[in-house]
Ligand binder design. Structure first.
Ligand code: AMP
Length: 373
C-alpha cells in the first residue's frame, strides 16, 4: 500500500478529543499521555468508576453493543481508538459511520480470534506454534495425535492472561480438557520449548511512519505477566529479527496506532509469534520510565497523525506487575529511590487483578552486567 505523506494526512491538533473504547488501566495511561499533549479523552466502557474514567475528560458508561450510546460517543469525539479489542463488529461498523476509527476493523478482527490470527501470521511468512482448530472431542483427539503432548488447548476468542486454556499433559483426559472449554470453538497449539518470552511494540502513524521499541523480556506467573525487563537477553541478531517481525505484521495489518507482538525465543534460537494486540500492552509499561516518548505517547501521536517520538532507551529497567494483594506493598516502593510506582485507582483488590505496576530503574548496562556475572 502506498503511504500517505504527512502533508496528505491532516493531523488532529492538540485540543481535539480522542475517543477510547475500553476504560481500564491502558485507557487511563493513554488519557494521561494524551492530556500531556493537550488532548482530551472521552472513554467508553461498561464499568462505572473505572481506572480511565477517573482521569478522562469525559466518560460514557455503557455496554459495548449499546447502539445509541455508541453513536452519541462517536459524535462527541474527533477520532476513536481502542484499549480493548474484543468489541463486536457491528459496534465498530457503527462508529465508523460517524468518525474515523484507528486502527480499523481488520486489525481487531485478526486479534480477536486465535485461528484467524495464527493463519494471518503464517500467511505473512512468520512462524507460530503449530495449531489445529478444535470444534469437537473427535477434533481434539485427532489434533493431539498430530501435535503430541504436551500441547495447549485455548478458546479461539476472549482469552487473555492464560484464561480459557488447558494444558494437555501426558496424563490429561481429553474429554475433561474438551469440556473445560464449555463448547467454545478452540485451537490446539503445539507446546513451544522456549528459552524466554519477548515482546516488541511498534507504533505506526496514519502516514506510514513507524518506530519500534526494543524487545522486552517477559516472565509470566500463573499465565499472567509478572515482569518485563530491558534489555532482553537475546543475541543481537534476534533483536533485529524481532523488530523485523513486529514491523512486518504492523504493516501487513495496516495498523494506525500500536501493535504489540509477543514471541517465544526457542531453544534453537528461533522466534515464534505467540499473539498480537493492536493497542498498548502491559509488556510495554517499561517505556514509561525509560524512553522520552513512551508507548502511550506514541499511541496518541500515531492515532492523531503527529510525528512519532524517540524510542531510544535511557536506562535499564524491570517492570513488575502488582497483581492482587501485591499492591499492598506500595508504601515500600515509595521508599525505594529507583522505583517508580504506577497505581490504577481500582477500588477493590482481587486475586489475579492487575492493580498497578512498579518500574525499577537501573543505570544503562547494569542488568546485562548482572546477568553475565
Ligand atoms: P497466551 O494467553 O496465549 O498469551 O498464553 C499465556 C502464556 O502461556 C504465554 O505467555 C506462555 O507463557 C504460555 N504459553 C502459551 N502458549 C504456549 C505454547 N504454545 N507453548 C508454550 N507455552 C505457551
Amino acid at each position: 500500500m502506498k503511504h500517505k505523506t504527512m502533508a496528505q494526512f491532516k493531523a488532529l491538533p492538540p485540543g481535539s478529543t480522542i475517543g477510547i473504547i475500553g476504560n481500564g488501566q491502558l485507557g487511563r495511561m493513554t488519557a494521561l499521555a494524551a492530556a500531556r499533549l493537550g488532548y482530551a479523552c472521552h472513554v467508553f466502557g461498561p464499568d462505572a468508576d473505572s481506572p480511565a474514567e477517573q482521569v478522562a475528560f469525559r466518560a460514557t458508561v455503557a455496554a459495548y453493543d449499546d447502539k445509541d450510546a455508541l453513536v452519541e460517543f462517536a459524535k462527541s469525539v474527533d477520532v476513536v481508538t481502542f484499549e480493548f479489542e474484543n468489541i463486536p463488529h457491528e459496534s465498530v461498523q457503527l462508529l465508523t459511520k460517524h468518525v474515523e476509527v484507528r486502527p480499523g476493523w481488520n486489525c481487531l478482527q485478526i486479534s480477536q480470534d486465535r485461528l484467524i490470527e495464527k493463519t494471518f501470521i503464517n500467511d505473512c511468512g512468520i512462524d507460530t506454534a503449530p495449531f489445529k482448530a478444535v470444534d469437537s472431542l473427535a477434533d481434539l483427539e485427532a489434533a493431539v495425535e498430530e501435535l503430541g503432548r504436551p500441547s495447549i488447548l485455548k478458546t479461539t476468542r476472549m482469552g487473555y492472561d492464560g484464561k480459557g486454556q488447558a494444558l494437555i499433559r501426558p496424563e490429561t483426559d481429553l474429554e475433561t480438557a474438551y469440556d473445560s472449554m464449555a463448547g467454545a470453538p478452540s485451537v490446539l497449539e503445539g507446546f513451544v520449548e522456549f528459552q524466554r518470552e519477548i515482546s516488541v511494540i511498534v507504533a505506526r502513524s496514519a502516514c506510514g511512519q513507524w518506530t519500534a521499541f526494543e524487545p522486552a523480556e517477559n516472565v509470566h506467573a500463573d499465565g499472567i505477566l509478572d515482569t518485563s525487563s530491558v534489555p532482553a537477553h537475546i543475541p543481537d541478531g534476534l533483536v533485529e529479527e524481532a523488530v523485523r517481525i513486529a514491523v512486518t505484521l504492523a504493516e501487513k495489518m495496516d495498523i494506525i496506532g500500536l501493535l504489540a507482538v509477543e514471541m517465544f525465543h526457542t531453544k534453537d534460537d528461533r522466534l515464534i509469534v505467540n499473539e498480537v494486540a493492536p493497542r498498548p500492552h502491559n509488556s510495554g509499561h517499561w517505556t514509561q520510565d525509560a524512553c522520552y516518548s513512551d508507548q502511550f505517547e506514541q499511541f496518541v501521536r500515531a492515532v492523531c497523525g503527529l510525528p512519532l517520538g524517540s524510542v531510544e532507551r535511557r536506562n535499564d529497567l524491570v517492570m513488575k506487575n502488582l497483581i492482587g494483594f501485591d499492591v499492598e506493598k506500595w508504601p515500600d516502593y515509595l521508599n525505594e529511590p529507583n522505583a517508580k510506582l504506577h497505581l490504577y485507582g481500582k477500588a477493590s483488590t482481587r486475586r489475579g487483578r492487575k492493580m498497578g505496576h512498579v518500574n525499577l530503574v537501573y543505570p544503562l548496562g547494569e542488568l546485562l552486567k548482572s546477568k553475565k556475572a
